[in-house]
Design a protein around this ligand. Structure first.
Ligand code: HEM
Length: 161
């Protein structure tokens, strides 16, 4: 994969915006903070939905209602993650694009987003007063665990890969 990512890092290094983003000392820490805040929203939303699916918390609302409550926040946060992550990549393209943990993280983000969308839609079909099927419960927990893994991978990029 690095064969086509290396030329991409070189062309990013040649862009004037790369130097601007890298040399302005406030840019990277600011976008890291924005990234982490957006992570907190995606992660806490998935935790609450998983706890509701298991019937442990928030049972005064249906699972579908919880899903509807968090979906727009998750969507906006994922867009913010994409944009803030792109700024961090513009600042240090080799550190990100050539890092194997980053290369695992990105497809996992896409897969988890799709899974989250697919399973979230199915919550609407749970008959009123019934709890979620085992499959949907496991799905909600899996989504939460996948975001946790993605979070770990994001943090580890700084130390390994
Ligand atoms: C949507 C696309 C995303 C892109 C393009 C992206 C990109 C990045 C980049 C470039 C970094 C900096 C890594 C470094 O150099 O140390 C980073 C850090 C991180 N990312 Fe993402 N990311 C995305 C989504 C996510 C998601 C969905 C999560 C978790 C739910 C996440 C969690 C993290 C965490 C925890 C860090 C470490 C932040 C820090 O300690 O400074 N990212 N991400």
């Amino acid at each position: 994969m690095n064969e086509w990512l290396e030329p991409l890092t070189k062309s990013i290094n040649g862009m004037p915006i790369h130097e601007t983003v890298r040399d302005q000392l406030w840019v990277v820490p600011t976008f890291q903070c924005i990234h982490i805040l957006a992570v907190a929203i995606v992660f806490s939303g998935s935790l609450i939905v998983a706890l509701r699916a298991l019937g442990i918390a928030g049972t005064y609302w249906t699972l579908s209602r919880w899903q509807q409550r968090f979906s727009p926040w998750t969507l906006v946060s994922l867009i913010v993650l994409l944009l803030s992550g792109a700024v961090l990549t513009l600042a240090e393209p080799e550190r990100e694009l050539l890092n194997s943990l980053f290369q695992i993280k990105m497809p996992l983000v896409v897969a988890t987003t799709l899974l989250s969308y697919g399973i979230g839609r199915r919550f609407a079909y749970i008959p009123a007063g019934q709890s979620a099927s085992i499959g949907l419960k496991l799905g909600a927990v899996l989504i939460f665990l996948l975001w946790a893994v993605i979070m770990g991978l994001g943090r580890w990029i700084a130390y390994a890969g």
